[in-house]
Design a binder for this molecule. Structure first.
Ligand code: NAI
Length: 287
């Protein structure tokens, strides 16, 4: 399907990423269906989008009328059937391969022949998700960064299963969202940004766990000495410590190498439900 035929976008999962991805699509003129199995997630998504978009109006990024029109194009649903007529689907649910695989199988059954099915996974290549599907050529990765309303770059990743048309349409769609696409030449789990970031995070956690510095000090060094806009621990709180944990767990399960096992300090935070900003506490406390 060409980008000119895309009118309706389905976004599955209304969490940290999905809610804002849906709004990015709506402000750029698409009809959007944001679907989540949890009513509470949709409620939270609506509240947080209203607050964010009110700030856009205050800052004159968009007029009140434009924002109202965008909300008018955005519907929120708990029933997966609601996305059956979508032309392009962006999945942003929990980072677990088996859960994503069963969702994609269901989406393939529900949607049209040529609907493009993209995953926003932060690390899993789409060939793994497309395994066993009848139309793997429609599947690719489109990886937005957090927060999607602000971050300009999107990694688009095609696998051998992805058709040229799907890859081209994904790239054009991202451009139509006023974002900058980078199309990777071939698949690699974690893509570019998160592979580089992963090394930084691992080292930051190593230094903390072994008592070389506090998380505040490590963040300060990254900000003031390396000129990073945000330190690794503040970033983990922003992206969700559980996301970081599952990425590492996945890598450990794949490699079986002890060095890939998620760090104790991260596993403990996940166990306690201290997942970062979204739960009010992570490495830092939020009010
Ligand atoms: P989140 O935990 O904030 O939200 C996930 C949402 O999906 C929840 O509202 C949950 O109710 C919903 N959900 C779970 N299973 C579902 C299903 N079967 N059908 C419909 N909804 C379902 O997760 P977050 O952080 O938004 O991550 C989503 C995806 O985006 C993951 O694959 C993650 O790797 C990726 N990602 C996350 C980034 C981040 O900074 N948090 C950055 C880039 C990608």
């Amino acid at each position: 399907m060409g980008v000119e035929n895309i009118n309706t976008i389905g976004v599955i999962g209304a969490g940290t990423m999905g809610a804002q991805i849906a709004m990015v699509c709506a402000v750029n003129g698409y009809e959007v269906i944001l679907q989540d199995i949890e009513e509470a997630s949709l409620r939270k998504a609506k509240e947080s989008l209203e607050a964010r978009m009110a700030r856009w109006v205050e800052k004159k990024k968009k007029t009140k009328e434009e924002v109202d029109q965008a909300f008018g194009r955005l519907s929120m649903e708990t029933d997966l059937n609601s996305v059956k007529d979508a032309d392009f689907i962006i999945e942003a649910i929990v980072e677990k391969l088996d859960v994503k695989k069963s969702l994609f199988a269901e989406l393939e059954r529900l949607t049209q022949e040529d609907t493009i099915l993209a995953t926003n996974s932060s690390t899993i290549v789409s060939s793994k998700i497309a395994e066993g599907l009848h139309r793997p050529h429609n599947v690719c990765n489109v990886h937005f960064f957090n927060p999607p309303l602000k971050m300009e770059l999107v990694e688009v990743v095609r696998g051998e299963h992805t058709s040229d048309e799907t890859a081209n349409t994904a790239v054009k769609l991202i451009e139509s969202l006023e974002k900058i696409p980078v199309l990777l030449k071939k698949e690699i789990s974690g893509f570019v940004a998160n592979r580089i970031l992963g090394k930084l995070m691992d080292e930051a956690v190593y230094l903390l766990e072994n008592g070389y510095a506090t998380h505040e000090e490590i963040d300060l060094v990254c900000k003031k000495a390396l000129n990073h806009p945000i330190g690794p621990f503040a970033l983990m709180d922003l992206t969700g410590i559980d996301v970081n944990y599952f990425v590492r767990l996945q890598r450990y399960q794949e490699s079986g190498k002890e060095e890939d096992r998620p760090a104790q300090i991260v596993a403990e935070k996940v166990e306690k439900g201290e997942l970062g900003r979204k739960t009010g506490k992570g490495f830092y406390q939020y009010t």
